[in-house]
Design a protein around this ligand. Structure first.
Ligand code: PAF
Length: 290
C-alpha cells in the first residue's frame, strides 16, 4: 500500500492487517472509529478524538446486517461511501476499511455472541437482535484492526456500555473511549437517521434533549425516578412524538435501575421515541440529588 496515499480505501482484511502492522512496526499507535457510514459532524468528531489519542486513525464503514431486524431499515439505510471517504480524508483519517458483507460474513459464518448485562432492557427490549449484532461486528472489527484505542459516540450510551463489557469479557486489548454527543444548534443529537425527518418532524425532534434535561434537573431536586420518567414520557407525547418506547433513569455504567427509584450515584437518562417512521434515541448524564 503506497504510504503516499493520504487515505487508502481497503476492502479486504489481509490488506488492512498489512497496513496496520506496518504502522505498528514503525512504532505508531492506532486509533479506530467504527461507523455505518452516512457520516456527519458527530462521526468526524470521533475521528478527531481518535487522532488525539493515536498516531494513525482507521475508520470503518460497514452497514452491519446482523444488527438489523427484518422489519428495520437495512435496505434504506443511507449509503454514500464516496462522500464518507471525502469527509474522512478531510478529517485526517489514515485508512478507510469498507468491506463487503461477504468479507465480514463469509458463507459458513455461524459464530454468534450473546451479550448480557448492559445489553438487557432499553434498546434490548425493543430491538432484541441489535446488541448481539453489534457485539459480533465490533469484536470482529477490533480483531481485524487490532487498534490500541477505539472511539464510540456517547449518543449510543447503551452500545458504549455493551462494548466496554465485551472487550473486558473477551480480553480484547483495546481501550474503549466514549466521545460526548455532538448536537445541532438546538441541542438535537446528530444522527444519520435525522436525515429521514421532515421539517415539521425536525422541529419536534429538537425538543427531545430539552425534555431529558428537564427530567435530569427534576432528579437533581430529589424527585423519584419513576415519577420523573412518567412525566418525561408525557412531555414527549405532548411535544408531538408519536410514540415513546422508553424514558429511563439508570445507573450510568451497568444500566441497572436504582432501588426504590432514588438516584444515589452516577446516572444517565435514556430515551427512545418515534416521529412517524423515524426512531430517535438520546441520553444525558443526570446528577444525583445533593
Ligand atoms: O454505532 C454504530 O454506528 C454501529 O452500531 C457500529 C458500532 C459501527 C457497529 O456496526
Amino acid at each position: 500500500m503506497a504510504e503516499t496515499d493520504p487515505m487508502p480505501v481497503v476492502r479486504a482484511v489481509p490488506a488492512l492487517r498489512e497496513t496496520v502492522s506496518g504502522w505498528k512496526r514503525r512504532g505508531f499507535t492506532v486509533g479506530f472509529v467504527p461507523t455505518m457510514g452516512a457520516l456527519h459532524q458527530g462521526h468526524l468528531g470521533l475521528v478527531h478524538d481518535a487522532g488525539l489519542r493515536a498516531d494513525r486513525v482507521v475508520a470503518s464503514v460497514f452497514v452491519n446486517p446482523a444488527q438489523f431486524a427484518a422489519h428495520e431499515d437495512l435496505g434504506t439505510y443511507p449509503r454514500r461511501e464516496a462522500e464518507d471517504a471525502a469527509q474522512l480524508r478531510g478529517a485526517g483519517c489514515h485508512l478507510l476499511f469498507a468491506p463487503a458483507v461477504e468479507e465480514m460474513y463469509p458463507p459458513g459464518s455461524t459464530t454468534t455472541i450473546s451479550p448480557g448485562g448492559p445489553a438487557e432492557g432499553l434498546e434490548g427490549d425493543f430491538r432484541p437482535q441489535m446488541f448481539a449484532g453489534v457485539a459480533l461486528v465490533v469484536a470482529k472489527l477490533l480483531n481485524q484492526v487490532q487498534p490500541d484505542v477505539a472511539v464510540f459516540g456517547e449518543k449510543d450510551w447503551q452500545q458504549l456500555m455493551v462494548v466496554r463489557r465485551l472487550v473486558r469479557d473477551l480480553d480484547i486489548p483495546t481501550e474503549i473511549v466514549g466521545s460526548p454527543t455532538k448536537r445541532d444548534g438546538h441541542g438535537l443529537a446528530l444522527s444519520s437517521r435525522n436525515a429521514y425527518l421532515s421539517e415539521a418532524e425536525l422541529e419536534i425532534a429538537r425538543r427531545l434533549n430539552g425534555v431529558l434535561a428537564g427530567a435530569g434537573a427534576a432528579i437533581g431536586s430529589g424527585r423519584p425516578a419513576e415519577v420523573v420518567e412518567c412525566d418525561a414520557r408525557e412531555a414527549l407525547l405532548k411535544a408531538g412524538f408519536s410514540q415513546v418506547d422508553y424514558v429511563a433513569i439508570r445507573r450510568a455504567d451497568d444500566l441497572t435501575s436504582f432501588a426504590g427509584g432514588m438516584v444515589d450515584g452516577p446516572a444517565r437518562i435514556l430515551a427512545a421515541a418515534w416521529l412517524g417512521r423515524t426512531r430517535l434515541i438520546d441520553n444525558m448524564a443526570v446528577d444525583a440529588p445533593t
